[in-house]
Design a protein around this ligand. Structure first.
Ligand code: AMP
Length: 341
């Protein structure tokens, strides 16, 4: 029997509920501190207890998963806690394309992929001395928006960077990535590409609540001006959105070109879930500032399906369940090699 396994964080509940609904065994790799949380959910068939998620790199944990024909579903926690080389070395078969995760973590590769996909992206500012308008300063990897800041001049950059280093939020020699700040409506577009059917499904869209930049907007202007603290973009929660229907054609076009570019740059391409993240400006033009090459936590909103998955499926279909269905179908058709790396 094939099993679905994932690390106990991020979107593990959704992924394992989806596995259960598709009749697959569900296995959680669980850190001891969270055991009592995850034991509350009856759809989790087995917990493999670890002191740290990094034990998935070791033969003992990997062996336990391999012995059960488990497929590991990678998510943001895996990317945040492990280096690309480590992720690629994991012995357990992974859903989707493990090699594309490196392209998500590395800012240079990420930019290359987005350009190849023909996405409109914010201009990168190479040096702090070249800042001549609002920019957002980002950390490398999946930092989740923590330690990011906005600056409008080289002096403001130096001052804020210095404060964050002094507070121990960013490292003294850390290389930061500077990108033009785009104003508009933020939207995180969730897709699934089926390597079996060779079709793209637009699954949903969410907005994020980020602390404490969102809190700053709730303060009157005088209080904002008096506030000395540098706001962060740390994601706390997600909310559902629907887009104007006239935007959907372009949403599909962006997803299709992303899938095409990734198949040319990193075989076997963008299989499974991914997300294109960006901003709609006043002319409803989309600028993409990020992508995630795996399931995003924003899909947790739609455990019972989203407006868009409802249009595609006559049953409740979460992203987690969609992954499990692809695995189950691949197994039935003896095509597991097409959906795993
Ligand atoms: P990221 O880690 O790139 O997803 O960025 C974290 C958050 O920073 C996003 O959710 C946005 O709120 C904000 N952000 C990132 N890039 C930009 C940008 N170029 N313009 C405006 N806001 C941005």
């Amino acid at each position: 029997m094939t099993a679905i396994a994932t690390l106990g964080s991020h979107c593990a509940l959704q992924v394992l509920k989806g596995a259960h609904d598709e009749g697959l065994k569900s296995i959680l790799v669980c850190e001891r501190a969270r055991e009592s949380l995850y034991r509350r959910f009856g759809f989790i068939d087995e917990l493999i207890m670890v002191d740290s998620f990094r034990e998935i790199l070791e033969d003992k944990t990997a062996g336990q998963l391999e012995a059960q024909d488990a497929v590991l579903v990678p998510h943001g926690t895996l990317i945040a806690q492990m280096e690309s080389d480590e992720i690629e070395s994991i012995k357990v078969p992974m859903f989707g394309n493990r090699n594309i995760l490196r392209w998500e973590s590395d800012r240079g590769l990420k930019e290359q992929m987005m350009e190849a996909a023909g996405l409109s992206i914010p201009e990168t500012v190479k040096e702090p001395s070249q800042i001549d308008g609002a920019v957002i300063v980002k950390r490398q990897g999946a930092a989740g928006g923590k330690g990011y800041f906005i600056a409008s001049s080289p002096e403001e950059y130096d001052k804020k960077r210095g404060e964050l280093v002094a507070d121990g939020i960013i490292g003294k020699d850390e290389v930061l990535y500077i990108q033009r700040y785009i104003r508009g409506v933020l939207a995180y577009l969730q897709y699934f590409y089926s390597p079996l059917q060779k079709t793209l499904e637009f699954f949903g869209v969410d907005s994020r609540h980020e602390s404490d930049i969102d809190g700053l907007a709730r303060m009157p202007a005088e209080a904002q001006l008096g506030s000395k603290k540098i706001p962060s973009f740390n994601v706390i929660a997600n909310s559902p959105m629907v887009l104007r229907e006239s935007l959907l054609q372009k949403v599909y076009e962006m997803g299709d070109s992303f899938v095409k570019a990734s198949s040319e740059l990193v075989a076997p391409g963008m299989n499974g879930p991914f997300c294109i993240e960006g901003v709609y400006d006043e002319n409803a033009r989309f600028t993409a500032f990020e992508f995630s090459a795996r399931i995003v936590a924003g899909t947790n909103i739609y455990m019972d399906g989203s407006p868009y998955s409802t249009l595609l499926y006559g049953e409740p279909m979460s992203m987690g369940r969609r992954i499990a269905r692809e695995v189950r179908t691949a197994k039935e058709q003896e095509k597991l090699d097409d959906v795993l790396t």
